[in-house]
Design a protein. Structure first.
Length: 93
């Protein structure tokens, strides 16, 4: 029901650093471009598109909350209207 008037894009990505998911800002432009491409292809209103991105949506500072959030990933993925995997050729730090 929460998504009744919105579309959810689930974005998952590989971590490129031990302490930061995207230290060289490699993923961000790909994530933004993919979200825009999905929105345009599906004909969705961009103001009614929600993005679920694992780093932003999984608590990072509290280990138990992080574990619980990771365990809930299948639920969030199953609610998504589209899924994007971001795994470009990149250097891990």
């Amino acid at each position: 029901e929460q998504l009744k008037d919105h579309h959810l894009i689930f974005i998952s990505h590989q971590w490129l650093g031990h302490n930061a998911p995207d230290p060289d800002i490699v993923h961000y432009p790909i994530m933004a471009g993919a979200a825009l491409a999905v929105t345009e292809t599906e004909g969705w209103d961009p103001l009614k598109v929600l993005i679920w991105a694992d780093y932003c949506c999984v608590p990072q500072a509290h280990e138990r909350l992080m574990d619980l959030a990771i365990e809930s990933l299948p639920h969030y993925a199953s609610q998504a209207h589209a899924m994007v995997i971001v795994a470009p050729e990149a250097v891990h730090h």
